[in-house]
Write a protein that binds this ligand. Structure first.
Ligand code: CA
Length: 233
C-alpha cells in the first residue's frame, strides 16, 4: 500500500520535528517546509495527499499560501488542515472560508492530529488509509475479517464481528440498542433488544476467553460502550 504523502509547512522547528516524527511513526511520508515559498517549490515537484499548514509564517502567510493552493488547478483539491495558535473563532472561519478542510489549534496532541488527518484522508482518498483499526493490543480488520488481541486470533461469529467493529469505530461512545440494530441490520428490521443482548453476551464471552474482560460496558438505560482502558495495559 502506498503511504500517504503529507506536506508540512511550519516555521517552528520543534513543532515541525514533532509532527514529522509522528507522521513517520504512523506510516505517512512527511515533507518539511519552514515557509510558504519552500512549500510552493515542493508542490511543483511532488503533489501531496494532504497539507498541514501553519497560519503564522514568516514571509507569505499560511492564508495567502492556501489561497494560492486553491486557485491553482493542479493543487486545488488537496485537503488542507490549518495549524494555528490563534484560537479565535473568526480566524477559524476565515481559514475555512478560503478553503481549509479542517483547523487545529495549538497546542494539540499528536494523537489528535493523526486522527484528524486520517479522518480527512478516509473521506478523500480511502484507498490510502487501511481499514484495520487498532486499539492498544486489540486489532480488527474488516478486509481479512480477522480480530486479534495481543497477536492471538479471536474467533467471532459474523454478527459479533460487526458489533465489535462498530464498537471499535465508536470508541468510548455509548451505542444505544437502537443504533446497533440500525447499523447491523438496517432500519427496516424488527430485531428486538433481547437479540442484541444475546449477541453482546456472545461477544463478551469470546473476548473474555481471550483475556479481555469487562471490555464492553453496559450503560444503564442507554446501551453499551467499549471501554478503552483495558487495552492499554
Ligand atoms: Ca508559525
Amino acid at each position: 500500500m502506498k503511504k500517504p504523502y503529507v506536506l508540512i509547512v511550519e516555521d517552528e522547528e520543534a513543532i515541525l520535528e514533532m509532527i514529522s516524527l509522528n507522521l513517520h511513526q504512523n506510516n505517512f511520508i512527511p515533507q518539511r517546509s519552514i515557509n510558504a515559498e519552500m512549500a510552493e517549490q515542493s508542490l511543483k515537484n511532488n503533489k501531496p495527499d494532504l497539507i498541514l499548514l501553519d497560519w503564522m509564517l514568516p514571509g507569505m502567510s499560511g492564508i495567502d499560501f492556501l489561497k494560492r493552493v486553491r486557485i491553482n488547478s493542479e493543487t486545488k483539491d488537496i485537503p488542507v488542515i490549518m495549524l494555528t495558535a490563534k484560537a479565535e473563532e473568526d480566524d477559524k472561519v476565515r481559514g475555512l472560508d478560503v478553503g481549509a478542510d479542517d483547523y487545529i489549534a495549538k497546542p494539540f496532541s499528536p494523537k489528535e492530529l493523526i486522527a484528524r488527518i486520517k479522518a480527512i484522508l478516509r473521506r478523500n482518498t480511502p484507498d490510502l488509509i487501511p481499514s484495520e483499526i487498532v486499539i492498544g493490543k486489540l486489532k480488527i480488520n474488516p478486509d481479512s475479517h480477522t480480530v486479534s488481541y495481543n497477536e492471538n486470533q479471536i474467533k467471532l461469529g459474523p454478527t459479533e464481528f460487526k458489533i465489535l467493529y462498530l464498537f471499535m469505530t465508536n470508541n468510548n461512545r455509548v451505542l444505544t440498542r437502537e443504533k446497533i440494530v440500525n447499523k447491523i441490520w438496517g432500519n427496516e428490521t424488527e430485531i428486538d433488544s433481547r437479540t442484541i443482548d444475546v449477541h453482546i453476551k456472545r461477544l463478551r464471552a469470546s473476548l473474555k476467553n481471550n483475556g479481555l474482560e469487562e471490555t464492553i460496558e453496559t450503560v444503564r438505560g442507554s446501551g453499551y460502550k467499549l471501554s478503552e482502558s483495558k487495552y492499554f495495559e
